[in-house]
Design a protein around this ligand. Sequence first.
Ligand code: 6PG
Length: 252
Amino acid sequence: MSTRGRILVYPDPAALAQAAARLVVEGAQDAVQQRGAFRIALSGGSTPQATYRTLAEPACRDRIDWQHMQVFFSDERFVPPDSPDSDYGMARKSLLAHVPLPDGAVHPVPTVGLEPAEAAARYSQTICDTFGVQAGGTPQFDVILLGMGDDGHTASLFPGTTALLDDRSLVAANYVEKFDAWRVTFTYPLIDAARCVAFLVEGSGKAETLARVLSGENLPAARVNPGNGQLLWLIDEAAASQLPADAHPERP
Ligand code: 6PG
């Protein structure tokens, strides 16, 4: 059983999306009230799309002070922003194009005209500049959304890749052999500095890997540990179907 974090189980993907959207709305309201700004890193993949669409609906959209929001991406495929594989492109279609974010509030990973390592370094600098953090410091996101692959990866921290070992950078270029492709990803130091890290995991296809991760097996997703920050697993019943007996899931 994971000794870290809360496991929150929802009946189905729609309920999970509603809960994840509520988490973002409430996180944004708290952050703006307490610190005057809300800084979030969005996850890529397919799972969060329903959450993003929910956030774009008036019931959520009208409860967020978008003027004080800064949006980043916890990882990105190294493709142009108009590529069908772009995480930024997915978030733009499902959320960012439908909400009143001010110019300059959305920070895609720069994937055009740069080598992956240059892109990672530039993104890291952009994050530090936006947070007002000096070199050597670690920006503290209010919320970082993450997914989990059926191989136990999260962000673009894949098993057997070099970024898993990078404990100095905030953002790393990561070559993923199984895709024969480069990714740009937050590293554990940046993820673990967050006030809240929320995994969104759904579907029976993730159940076995999720059980392994929550049992503490040494998979990339299991190594996320925000220390004093919140670690939340928002999952649906299908993904929860193989949870260890001592997992103590909550059903809000
Ligand atoms: C990406 C994501 C990646 C994703 C997992 C789960 O760029 O693909 O950041 O880490 O969260 O692969 O993806 P699904 O939600 O599509 O299962």
